[in-house]
Design a protein around this ligand. Structure first.
Ligand code: ADP
Length: 163
């Protein structure tokens, strides 16, 4: 089976990593698809996010990293994916994710959405929380892969440097 794991990944967190590691054991191929949506004003460019994910998943077999824009169902078709993978952290994710899954199924009824529950220790993690902590100089090493922590520290340290 070939699964598509779409998201913003701005940036990749240990929660995403946990899902990628577990999913790569379940599905033969896993395509991590980084959404290129400049209107979201991301902290990291698509190329930076792809580099972060590639280096953090280099030890895993069958994981590819790509970028996409437009509809997830079209990306899934282009990638010959059998299913869309999404993560669920809490009930608060559920309503939106269910709406998204129904929408995608109404656009392509051959495509299933599969949800995986987050590991408990990562259920509080989100890219925006990580950015918020990093912005104010808090410790983020337990929240993101090493490479991402370096990039975040670089980003927010340089933001405070006088020009
Ligand atoms: P999006 O903007 O598409 O929600 P995200 O990068 O925030 O992009 O999330 C991509 C996917 O990863 C979503 O399915 C989300 O539920 C899941 N996810 C986000 N954070 C975690 C986490 N801490 N543990 C597991 N899954 C997560």
């Amino acid at each position: 089976m070939r699964a598509l794991y779409p998201g913003s990944f701005d940036p990749l967190t240990n929660g995403h990593m946990d899902l990628i590691e577990r999913a790569s054991c379940l599905f033969g191929d896993l395509v991590v698809a980084v959404l290129d949506n400049p209107s979201k004003r991301p902290a990291f460019s698509v190329d930076e996010r792809i580099r972060q994910i590639r280096s953090s998943t280099a030890h895993l077999h069958g994981v590819e990293v790509i970028s996409f824009d437009g509809l997830t169902v079209n990306c899934a078709k282009d990638q010959s994916a059998d299913l869309i993978l999404r993560g669920l952290r809490a009930m608060s994710d559920f309503e939106y994710e269910l709406q998204l899954a129904h929408t995608n199924r109404s656009l392509d009824d051959t495509l299933e959405t599969v949800f995986m529950a987050t590991s408990t220790q990562h259920s509080f993690l989100s890219s925006s929380v990580v950015k918020e902590v990093a912005r104010f100089g808090g410790a983020i090493d337990h929240m993101v892969p090493k490479e991402v922590a370096l990039d975040l520290n670089r980003l927010f340290n340089s933001a405070f440097l006088p020009h």
